[in-house]
Write a new protein. Structure first.
Length: 111
């Protein structure tokens, strides 16, 4: 597995995502939503505490972004992501993103 690190402010995020096989993120923020809209698969790994953990749990529960809780799960999700076709994952009929991130889309969501 090749590792790449992008440092500093980027203005070419759309182009980077277009050339990426997958986005691995830790907070469930706007970058995740950009990746979903671009068709790039997203995986949460090593989620940050607080809002990152809450977003990770809610996005995983709702379906659009799986949360890999260890290296084995990450490897499994990366295999699935590599085989996934590119399409706008926000148009799949998931609950409204605000509902997903706030946990209000179902009673058992994490707040």
């Amino acid at each position: 597995m090749n590792h790449r690190t992008l440092a500093g402010w980027r203005t070419d995020v759309r182009a980077l995502m277009a050339t990426s096989d997958c986005v691995v993120q830790n907070a469930g923020g706007f970058t995740s939503l950009e990746a979903l809209a671009s068709g790039t698969p997203v995986i949460t790994y090593r989620s940050i505490s607080g809002h990152g953990a809450a977003n990770s749990a809610n996005l995983d529960r709702a379906g659009p972004i799986p949360w890999a809780r260890d290296e084995l799960e990450l490897a499994k999700h990366l295999v699935v992501a590599a085989e996934s076709p590119r399409f706008n994952r926000l148009a799949l009929g998931f609950p409204d993103l605000v509902q997903i991130l706030t946990g209000s889309f179902e009673e058992t969501a994490v707040a």
